[in-house]
Design a protein around this ligand. Structure first.
Ligand SMILES: [Zn+2]
Length: 303
């Protein structure tokens, strides 16, 4: 689930989808409004299971924000969802789902999905980052999610990148997310365009648009995308130096824009990482797209 929509699926042990859907999340209304959408999603998938003659074993949920160590309570940190803090979401959902419910952070679930069924299949030590409106991440060590003490860590988008930098949505300044997300790419591209006195239709400028201009050798797009890859490369180099993973899996829309993108990001990351730390690390694009979250959430019940 996210700020725009709730995407859901009925998933089997092999990771196949047997039914799926999408509802608006009503994120700006209230926690109750969001939960009523989750209820509709659960009921729809239970009906789909009935129609197939199978019994669902549980409901896995990937939610924005920090989930407590029991996997039952959203502690906070989901600025784009109204009332989404100190929320006993698993209890609330079990009251209508009539199934056990387990929660995980959304990016953690995507990372878990990529390890179980996607780009990270066969690997045990993975750093996953998703680059979109923000930057989320997951750290998998020995095949398990690492969450820090009491599961309050691995906010990979909020490692400080620029000392005394611009303010970040998390309340700090200079975070990786604020400089290297897809939104940051768009923001900084638009700032450059304005300075250069060039105007683009603002509703058209997104990551894809900038990649198209980049490929057409537009100077503003080249400068902006080079900078984006450099920022992201710095962040990934830090993760490589700390965790020395087998794989860094990069998800989000930009990672789907072609091999050139992962190539550029990798070139920067390996330039800044310590070679001995990076000796066993490959950097690859995520493979599951927006199915990763559902698969990871389902895998809370598969392992
Ligand atoms: Zn931040």
């Amino acid at each position: 689930m996210g700020g725009t929509s709730v995407k859901y699926a009925l998933v089997d042990n092999e990771g196949a989808f047997h039914a799926q859907g999408r509802l608006p999340s009503h994120a700006d209304v209230s926690a109750d409004a969001i939960i009523s959408q989750l209820r509709r999603a659960v009921e729809e998938m239970k009906n789909a299971a009935d129609a197939l003659g199978v019994k669902a074993e549980g409901v896995g949920v990937g939610t924005p924000g920090i989930v407590d160590v029991t996997g039952r309570i959203v502690l906070g940190g989901a600025e784009n969802l109204a009332g989404w803090e100190d929320l006993a979401l698993a209890d609330r959902m079990e009251s209508f789902a009539d199934l056990p419910v387990r929660l995980g952070n959304d990016a953690n679930m995507m990372g878990l999905g990529e390890m179980a069924f996607g780009a990270g299949k066969g690997c045990t030590d993975i750093v996953f980052i998703t680059v979109g409106t923000g930057i989320g991440g997951a750290v998998l060590i020995g095949g398990k999610l690492f969450g820090g003490y009491a599961n309050r860590g691995t906010e990979l988008g909020h490692v400080p990148l620029i000392a005394d930098g611009e303010r970040c949505a998390c309340g700090s300044v200079g975070c990786l997310e604020h400089y290297a997300s897809a939104s940051a790419l768009v923001r900084r591209f638009c700032e450059r365009a304005e300075k250069a006195g060039v105007s683009f239709p603002s509703d058209e400028v997104n990551g894809e648009f900038i990649v198209r201009l980049y490929k057409a050798n537009n100077a503003l797009a080249v400068e902006s995308l080079d900078e984006h890859c450099d920022f992201l490369g710095h962040g990934i180099a830090g993760f490589i130096n700390i965790f020395s993973p087998q794989l860094v899996v990069v998800g989000g829309g930009l990672s789907e824009s072609g091999d050139f993108y992962i190539g550029k990001v990798s070139e920067r990351a390996f330039r800044y990482a310590i070679p001995d730390c990076a000796a066993n690390t490959r950097i690859v694009a995520a493979a599951l797209g927006n199915r990763a979250g559902c698969l990871g959430a389902a895998s809370l019940f598969l392992r």
